[in-house]
Design a protein around this ligand. Structure first.
Ligand code: ARG
Length: 456
């Protein structure tokens, strides 16, 4: 028995294993609606330029309508023997409409076809995830607005550094996701280019109208070189890279949520629906969702490296290697979409334990910088002020008290310029509200930033 798909050229069939090894149909059925969309645009163009008849185009439309319904209802019977989505759909079309179906592939190859399908699918996926990123940014801003004046310790090296507001901390992530959004939108421009017309690699001798197809499919440009059109997957790599960055930000946020929820820290609680218990320890409530998100970041990074490696050794033009572009790409897109959807909900449901945050900010001499700045305003050079406060901190540490607990006479012993107005700068509120400039942690500023994001 000859191979089903290629017939005449082959004299012996491939083994079942080779069939499975070379087939892509079972992991790419999500491309089917886009494959149909691309085929219809191609057929419309062929009939417009007179390569096929208007009747053929009409039949193709009818047949594709049936196929789309079969695909969407799960009735379509995908066959391994037909290798991929493209051949499966084409075979079914011929079954349904006969010769017109056999004319569809005129002036086209699966090479430009698959490149088109992936771009159409990815464009759709980018639109969904970009919108989710926007929503996540707003969810962060909404929670930040509730907590624009809630004080917590800010950390460097995971050591208490200076007081900040919780709203300010959340808005740092809103900034990251804002850039991630921009990156996806930018990547979309390069995804949104039409490969159809490149055919196998060199273009086609039919009088095709690529501009027409691009317009039908809402591509904003046309791939200008047929060899490049069928062979590069840089647009997919770019998407994976952008996704890796989103996940890097998600992973950092996850790490903090996990840390903040640890009873040793006790800054927040996550809603029960994002946590699970333990099968042995009845008391446990584990932050599984952020932990998994942190873990999935590894897989998404792997997908990026996989695609980069897939591409690097390929000579022009299309090679079967490229069939390996799909699973990792699909996985990154799915992980991105699911993660963002869950995080929008989870971020909105953060329960803040403001007292614990405040308590933690009171420890660790978080207003030491404010005392140094106070001395500078009284005329000391900053380096001397820094040294003076370091001595004061050392004494407090020995006594087991905070800077604000020192009496005025004790403070004066460090520097005579210190007066009773010092106690205002030593408070947490005084410290945060003093940082009142663009990008600063002053509650007033945080409120304005959150409102600005919500108005976007
Ligand atoms: N399934 C193939 C892919 O994903 C479609 C293109 C096949 N082209 C070819 N010349 N074998 O890349």
């Amino acid at each position: 028995k000859k191979s089903e798909a290629w017939s005449a050229r082959f004299s012996e069939p491939v083994s079942e294993l080779v069939k499975r090894y070379t087939a892509s149909v079972f992991f790419e059925t999500r491309l089917a609606p886009f494959d149909i969309q691309g085929s219809l645009a191609h057929a419309e163009m062929l009939s417009h330029v007179g390569v096929i008849s208007p009747k053929d185009y009409e039949d193709i439309q009818k047949g594709m309508k049936v196929i789309l319904e079969e695909v969407e209802s799960g009735q379509f019977s995908w066959q391994l023997d037909l290798e991929d989505v493209h051949l499966n759909i084409e075979k079914r079309l011929v079954e349904l409409i006969g010769d017109a179906g056999k004319r569809l592939h005129t002036g086209r190859s699966r090479n430009d076809q698959v490149a088109t399908d992936i771009r159409l699918w990815l464009r759709h996926e980018i639109d969904i995830s970009a919108d989710l990123l926007k929503q996540l940014r707003k969810a962060l801003a909404t929670t930040a607005l509730e907590h624009y004046a809630t004080i917590m310790p800010g950390f460097t090296h995971l050591q208490v550094a200076q007081p900040i507001t919780f709203g300010h901390h959340l808005l740092a992530y809103a900034e990251m996701f804002g850039r991630d959004y921009q990156r996806l939108i930018d990547c979309r421009k390069r995804v949104n280019q039409l490969p159809l017309g490149a055919a196998a690699l060199a273009g086609t001798s039919y009088p095709i109208d690529r501009e027409r197809v691009a317009k039908t499919l809402s591509f904003e440009g046309i791939c200008r070189n047929s060899l490049d059109a069928v062979s590069d997957r840089d647009f997919a790599i770019e998407f994976c890279a952008a996704t890796s960055l989103v996940m890097a930000h998600i992973s950092r946020l996850s790490e903090e949520l996990i840390l903040w929820m640890s009873p040793r820290v006790g800054f927040i609680n996550l809603a029960d629906r994002f946590c699970t218990g333990s099968s042995i320890m009845p008391q446990k409530k584990n932050p599984d969702v952020p932990e998994l998100a942190r873990g999935k970041t590894g897989r998404v990074n792997g997908n990026l490296i996989g695609l980069l490696t897939l591409m690097k050794g390929q000579p022009l033009a299309y090679n079967k290697d490229n069939q390996e572009d799909k699973e990792g790409l699909f996985d990154s897109a799915d992980t991105l979409r699911d993660t963002l959807t869950i995080f929008i909900d989870m971020v909105s449901g953060i329960k803040v334990r403001a007292d614990n945050m405040r308590q933690a900010a009171l420890q660790g001499f978080s207003t030491a910088t404010d005392l140094a700045d106070y001395l500078v305003k009284k005329g000391l050079p900053f380096r001397d002020a820094h040294e003076t406060v370091a001595l004061a901190v050392r004494e407090c540490e020995q006594k087991g008290i905070d800077l604000a607990d020192l009496r005025l006479e004790e403070l004066k012993a460090f520097n005579q310029a210190i007066d009773k107005d010092v106690f205002e700068v030593l408070t947490l509120e005084g410290s945060v509200s003093a940082r009142n400039h663009i990008g600063g942690t002053a509650p007033e500023r945080v409120k304005a930033e959150a409102e600005r994001i919500l108005a976007e």
